[in-house]
Design a protein. Structure first.
Length: 287
């Protein structure tokens, strides 16, 4: 870890990053218990649900919960040091290659050297590796995770002629938004059948209001009004709105309101633009 000067960013090596402060997460069903059991049995997990429904926050919460500070004896110094669960997150995109995940040779002034990718680092240190919106990645890229998601728990690195057996704490977690899937962007059946699936949706009104109040710092009354608004907007899905407003956007509106922005204006900039943009997108898609 590199500690910057006061007021600057703290830089971590990807395998050193861990969630140190407990993230706020309100369990809605049995997702926490399911994830704990899957981790104990080393079963890969797929998180399925709309954007802004709490999938990423859930992974951070579970990394913290599973990696609560414990004392671990260093094999190098023999001294005890605090150990937490590393969390490595990869935001997948259409240009993501296998080399981006596994690693590649790089050329510098000292010659050519190998640099591990985030997946390889997670496998070596026993981290939770979270591939966010995995369907955005190329299909030939996602195939390389198959040996990690069955009883073998192996990562072949063809360029090095090596096979790495995953460290004991390693767990692969992927997420995707079924609302954005298409014939060209969907999980291969051979990939789907290697994961248990935990489904996420926007919380019921009372729980969503509780989340908004906590995250935005707005009043209880305002949070209930925002949750009610979110519920109503989502009911417009059958009238040209492809996906309802997310809990994340409701929190943004609540934060603006908590800082004195009028409720109507806060909702316009955080919520109304979404419905307009989505309708335009749907109309263009039908042409």
């Amino acid at each position: 870890m590199t500690q910057g000067i006061e007021g600057s960013a703290t830089i971590y090596a990807s395998e050193e990053y861990a969630v140190h402060d407990e993230p706020y997460y309100l369990p809605i069903a049995d997702e926490v218990e399911l994830f704990e059991t899957a981790y104990a049995q080393r079963i890969p997990v797929l998180l399925k649900g709309p954007t802004g429904a709490g999938k990423t926050r859930f992974v951070e919460y579970m990394a913290y919960k599973l990696g609560r500070p414990m004392m671990k004896v260093s094999s190098k110094t023999g001294q005890e040091a605090e150990h937490r669960m590393p969390l490595i997150t990869v935001a997948c995109h259409e240009d993501l290659t296998a080399s981006d995940l596994v690693g590649r040779y790089l050329l510098d002034t000292d010659g050519t050297h190998w640099t591990d990718g985030p997946l390889t680092r997670a496998v070596k240190v026993g981290a939770i590796c979270y591939l966010d919106e995995v369907v955005e990645a190329r299909k030939d890229t996602t195939v390389l995770i198959h040996p990690l998601t069955d009883y073998r728990r192996l990562l072949p690195i063809e360029k090095l002629g090596q096979v790495i057996e995953a460290a004991d704490g390693f767990l692969l977690v992927i997420s995707y938004n079924p609302g954005y899937q298409s014939a060209l962007k969907d999980l291969k059946h051979s990939t789907r059948q290697r994961f248990i699936a935990i489904e996420f949706d926007y919380p019921p009104r009372e729980q969503e209001a509780e989340i908004i109040a906590h995250e935005a710092g707005c009043s209880r009354e305002a949070s209930i009004d925002l949750a009610r608004l979110g519920e109503k907007v989502r009911n417009l899905k059958e009238h040209g709105l492809g996906e309802g407003v997310s809990t994340r956007l409701l929190v943004y509106a609540g934060k603006l309101m908590a800082q004195g922005v009028p409720a109507r204006r806060a909702c316009q900039v955080a919520i109304t633009w979404l419905s307009r943009t989505t309708r335009k997108y749907n109309a263009a898609s039908r042409k």
